[in-house]
Design a protein around this ligand. Structure first.
Ligand code: ADP
Length: 480
């Protein structure tokens, strides 16, 4: 592999190119018109404009990107996450063009891209599943009978769903029909596929996922878990590894289940098998994500591995250089997704101009970042600015460092999830490890953030006043 094109933007494009450069592979960035001056463009050895700002006119133009790649003599494509990363047709087209797709084979992407097909594929492997049905349902009477059997509350889910969209909780039978009709029409408009199914709604689950890595020689490893229970709108904001609640036995059991899921779809490369863990330590398979995950850095920090390097290695057909018995968890890592969103206004996107943008630095702090001071945040894409990651010998140490790093991360011009991250790291439920996916609903109170901001503003005003008085004294000195 001599030249790699990253079919993505922002922090993940830079993250992938960093490893490629370290391995001596030339890098090619792609960009839309609005991203012309983005850091991922200047970071690459070469860069090419692939179209207008909306993603369907640029980052989603698979065939066009492949044409450009061929004209630049690129020999491999890394899709990052989002955009084309879970598009089976793009993976297939890449291979047909004689280029290497850094990811699994298209068949595995196809199977795992549909929650129903995924359930079907792992059925024979003795993987615990959330009680529910494994086929699409349109008949309301049938749905009612199934929901009665499972017991309320139930969850209606879109088979093609992703990003926390297309899910509806139904508390009682009389709401089933209306919620089902809504779910079907939402799924049709969001994913072009109206298939929905029913699952038991697990009351207080934790979201625990296992990182897997597979080569083409039959080796499949699990790289332990990540806990991603702090979510808003069913989407992750704070992640950590290891989880505060897994025993070594349960970790191994979930790790082995994840390996079975990977084997069920003849997996290749880096993947994530997601589970829900209930209050009684029962775990249930949720879905598999067939790409590098946003939160992969916490796994890198506790294992000492570079996941992109391993992806490249297995994509070249090499065998994994490590065995399961070589792997150990060392230390603790936390990640906060720094989104340009307003945590005081329902986490709505807060795009605008980055008047001030200064990143924290220091031992144990990693920032995977895609922005610079003076830039505008485009409205066209996901509003994630960066990922702030901290690492310590213990969870406590990583937490203390995260709070310090948040205070040293300076952003002016847009609202961000930084203050929200501080709130989480300061909250007893989080620090004690006793939380679930309802953390935000249960504990989050915007008033607490507002009072913290007021306190800080008062301290800043006092410091400014003290400085002013000192300056006045110095100025008066010559006359005394
Ligand atoms: P998506 O593909 O949209 O991300 P997932 O199936 O991965 O959807 O679920 C996302 C989140 O939704 C989970 O982390 C969890 O918080 C919640 N969730 C999903 N299924 C259930 C369930 N059966 N019971 C309770 N919560 C669920």
């Amino acid at each position: 592999m001599k030249k790699l094109l990253v079919a993505n933007r922002g922090e993940i494009a830079i993250r992938v190119m960093q490893t490629a450069k370290r391995l001596g592979i030339k890098t090619v960035a792609v960009y839309s018109e609005i991203d012309r001056h983005s850091p991922h463009v200047s970071f690459a050895d070469e860069a090419i404009c692939i179209g207008k700002s909306p993603s369907n006119e640029s980052y989603l133009r698979g065939e066009h990107i492949l044409e450009e790649a061929k004209s630049l003599n690129v020999d491999a494509i890394h899709p990052g996450y989002g955009f084309l990363s879970e598009n089976a047709d793009f993976a297939e087209l890449t291979e047909q063009s004689g280029l290497t797709f850094i990811g699994p084979k298209s068949e595995a992407i196809k199977v795992m891209g549909s929650k129903l097909a995924a359930k079907d594929a792992v059925k024979a492997y003795d993987i615990p599943m959330v009680p529910g049905i494994d086929e699409a349902i349109t008949d309301v009477d049938k749905a009612k009978r199934i929901a009665d059997d499972i017991g309320y509350p139930i969850l209606i889910k879109a088979s093609a769903g992703g990003g926390g969209k297309g899910m509806r909780v139904v508390e009682e039978a009389e709401d089933l029909e209306s919620q089902m009709n809504r779910a079907i029409s939402e799924a049709t408009s969001a994913f072009g596929d109206g298939s929905v199914f029913i699952e038991k709604y697990i009351a207080s689950p934790r979201h625990i996922e296992i990182q897997v890595m597979a080569d083409s020689h039959g080796n499949v490893l699990h790289l332990f878990e990540r806990e991603c229970s702090v979510q808003r709108r069913h989407q992750k904001v704070v992640e950590e590894a290891p989880s505060a609640v897994l025993s070594p036995e349960l970790r191994e059991e979930m790790g082995q289940a994840a390996i079975k899921v990977a084997k069920a779809c003849d997996y290749l490369g880096a993947g994530t098998v997601e589970f829900l863990l209930d209050e009684n330590s029962n775990f249930y398979f949720l879905e598999m994500n067939t790409r590098l995950q946003v939160e992969h850095p916490v796994t890198e920090l506790i294992t000492g591995l570079d996941l992109v390097e391993l992806q490249i290695l297995v994509a070249k057909g090499e065998a994994l250089p490590i065995k399961q018995s070589d792997l150990r968890i060392k230390g603790h890592a936390l990640e906060l997704r720094v989104y340009a969103e307003d945590p005081l206004n329902d986490f709505l996107p807060s795009v605008g101009h980055l008047d001030v943008y200064k990143l924290p630095q220091g031992k144990g702090i990693r920032v995977d970042n895609g922005f610079e001071q003076g830039m505008d945040i485009p409205i066209y894409y996901d509003p994630m600015l960066s990922k702030l990651i901290t690492y310590g010998e213990t969870r406590q140490e990583a937490l203390a460092l995260m709070k310090k790093a948040i205070k040293n991360y300076h952003v002016k011009g847009v609202k961000t999830t930084l203050d929200f991250g501080y709130f989480v790291c300061n909250h007893d439920a989080f620090t004690s490890g006793k939380f679930d996916t309802h953390f935000v609903k249960k504990y989050y109170d915007t008033e607490l953030i507002i009072s913290e901001q007021k306190k800080e503003a008062e301290i800043a005003a006092m410091i400014a006043l003290k400085q002013y008085i000192e300056d006045q004294n110095i100025l008066r000195l010559p006359n005394q």
